[in-house]
Design a protein around this ligand. Sequence first.
Ligand SMILES: Nc1ncnc2c1ncn2[C@@H]1O[C@H](COP(=O)(O)OP(=O)(O)OP(=O)(O)O)[C@@H](O)[C@H]1O
Ligand SMILES: [Mg+2]
Length: 466
Amino acid sequence: MSRITNDLDSVNQFDDTGLYPAINSAFTLLITTVLMLVVSWQLSIAVVLIAPLVLLMMSFTSRYSGPAFAQLQERTGALNGAAEELITGDRTVKAYRVEAIANQRMAELSDQAREAGTRANFVALTAMPLSAMLSNLDVALVALAGGWLSVKGTIDVGTVATFFIFARTFARPLNQFAQILNMALQARAGATRVFEILDEQPEIVDRSSATAITSVEGAVEMEHVDFSYVPGVPILHDVSLLARPGQKIGLVGPTGAGKSTIINVITRYYDVQAGDIRLDGTSIYDVEQLSLRQQVGMVLQEPYLFSDTVMANLRYSRLDATDDECVEAAKAAGAHSFITTLADGYDTVLSGGGSSLSQGQRQLITIARVILANRPVLILDEATSSVDTRTERKLQEALATLMEGRTSFVIAHRLSTIRDADVIVAIADGRVVDVGSHDELMAAGGFYHQLYMSQFRDGSLPAANA
Ligand SMILES: Nc1ncnc2c1ncn2[C@@H]1O[C@H](COP(=O)(O)OP(=O)(O)OP(=O)(O)O)[C@@H](O)[C@H]1O
Ligand SMILES: [Mg+2]
């Protein structure tokens, strides 16, 4: 965030207020030098003598201040990051009464930024009066050399007088350079950080031979997939699974088992290290990512809504949907009734992240989104985990209609949600430990059976806290 605000700003500031004077000064210097040489080369030398001194001083300044400005930009970034985090996490800070620690952290980061800023600007700003002094020295040099030359009769007094003006005209742009030097150094430090991002190569890239995939049947196959987010920390081990077109696949397993990770690799948010994933028999690595994701409708585990109207948030999944289609989708998702009770109904503007809605309401809107999206493959990652069991049961019907004819992956801790799945895949520690229908897996008495029994007291009634 700091790079696209603060760092970009420092570049912008130089561009706005520093660049024009810099170009202007460069021209003035050039033209003055030419004019001086035409009038008297001896006096020109006296005037130009200060240029190397000023340049030397500027190079010293940039060598010292440059790194300090880089540090200032970096520390400002850390400060902005911490401010954003603490404001977002404001309730947690209050809940645990750690305001003092939060304040202290901000104070430390502010101090560090101030210290780097002082160091950077102190030297950079010293350049200004120094170069002003040097330009006065210039006038003295012209007086000295001009006096001597005119006494010798080499030049006339008029030329010397002209050179007093030249000396000023020559020194002014040099002073200007010294003045905008700190701005330029800060802009360079900011630009370096902005370019670090611009130069970053995406990890997930389409192969040059990749083609667009259109209108899929929805067969999804994972074959011997190994995956780790961080090198050396394997998360998925030899995961294979097959979803035939139109099947509902239930993914179950303990927290941290790797269920969301499986979804992340199927949709190619991450590339796997070994094995292959195929959609309708084509490796997803031979397919353009954009077209791959166009086949998939997702309700993510963390529903996210934008600071916009409810209607705009619904339409997010299909930009050409009409208002009526959005309302229809909201009705199917069971979101219509609460939306109509909002202050402006569908035109109510939601606050950032949808924080003005309950967690369950947010989920209903994201479900409406996926209904509207109308994609051949569906992914529901804990899509109904935050709604009450009665709402969930009603939703199941809507979702069942939606899933008809589509391949769907449903992740749920509440096992009643996936009981009717065609295939249930139980994951533990990143490995597939059980595959089969509910009845098969119950009969087998393995991992799924244990999981199920721990949730349902007598195999039919949901436990009170389910
Ligand atoms: N971006 C990431 N970088 C590194 N490790 C990650 C990342 N995301 C998840 N993990 C790790 O991968 C493992 C599997 O996480 P995953 O989110 O797939 O679990 P899950 O089965 O979906 O759990 P839950 O039921 O809690 O949603 C966890 O150990 C987690 O710490
Ligand atoms: Mg998960």
